[in-house]
Write a protein that binds this ligand. Structure first.
Ligand SMILES: [Zn+2]
Ligand SMILES: [Zn+2]
Length: 268
């Protein structure tokens, strides 16, 4: 039993066969999927999709750094009114992206701070996005700095307070994420032969800090590179982690599912 903690199933790439893709994922052992609605226009669509698959599909509402230039303060009220829904299990994805976002750093940081302050009032974990640009930028540094300064999560007894999705940092960055009680979201890149540095960082973090995700339709694992990714591929990610930690894929599934259940407070 596996949980895909990060997918974009409302992406246009799934328009031809969305329901078949979801049913296929359930058939191969994916029990739950978290649909990430990362912009105002996707929020309601995500809820609609979740209602089609009760008990199996949940969503997160956030505002991606790619859209930071479109941020309006009035969104806070809309989020506040809806975030009590048991179908919305997290706030995200939100974060910093110095690779692809057209929004300048200070605009991205301002939007992120608004979302962190909203999260302080609501008891929901965060789904965080962080990407460095070229030449080396300080996306992780800026993200951690804002979280350390402004994030005051209420759930004091929880082991994990959020997830740094598509973790792509170093061993040092993994340790800093863990000190913020963030889980590391692991997806397709862990299967790429060149990514030894990533595997080292994940190994140092330990399996009890890891959740699985596909980021579908993005980040296809090695066997389908260049193609559309989908939640059924999460098994390949579990296999890569099994090889890394020298345990069985079933053990990876059971520990990462436990982590995701705990973090997102999903029904069993
Ligand atoms: Zn992302
Ligand atoms: Zn995403």
């Amino acid at each position: 039993m596996l949980i895909d903690t990060h997918a974009h199933l409302n992406d246009l790439k799934f328009d031809p066969d969305r329901d078949a893709v979801i049913r296929n994922a359930f058939q191969v052992g994916v029990q739950k999927i978290i649909e990430i609605a990362d912009g105002y226009q996707e929020w309601i669509n995500a809820l609609t999709l979740c209602r089609k698959y009760p008990g199996h599909l949940f969503c997160a509402w956030g505002f991606h750094p790619h859209h930071a230039l479109l941020w309006q303060d009035s969104f806070v009220e809309i989020l506040r009114k809806n975030l009590d829904s048991p179908l919305i299990v997290a706030i995200g994805e939100i974060g910093i992206d110095y690779a692809k976002s057209e929004a300048p750093p200070h605009i991205q940081q301002r939007t992120l701070r608004k979302m962190i302050e909203l999260a302080n009032d609501m008891s929901k974990p965060l789904v965080l996005h962080c990407r460095e640009g070229q030449p080396p930028t300080k996306a992780h540094e800026d993200l951690f700095h804002l979280l350390e300064k402004y994030w005051k999560p209420k759930f004091v007894n929880k082991r994990l307070h959020g997830v740094l999705h598509c973790f792509s940092g170093t061993t040092v960055e993994a340790a800093r994420a863990i000190s913020l009680k963030l889980a590391l979201g692991v997806d397709g890149p862990v299967t790429y032969p060149k990514n030894d540095r990533l595997r080292e960082a994940l190994f140092s973090a330990g399996l009890d800090k890891i959740v699985l995700e596909t980021d579908s339709p993005y980040l296809p694992p090695q066997s389908i590179r260049g193609q559309r990714n989908d939640p059924s591929r999460i098994r390949e990610i579990a296999q890569a982690l099994a090889a890394l930690f020298k345990i069985s894929p079933e053990e990876v599934a059971s520990q990462t599912t436990k982590n995701a259940q705990e973090l997102l407070e999903l029904p069993r």
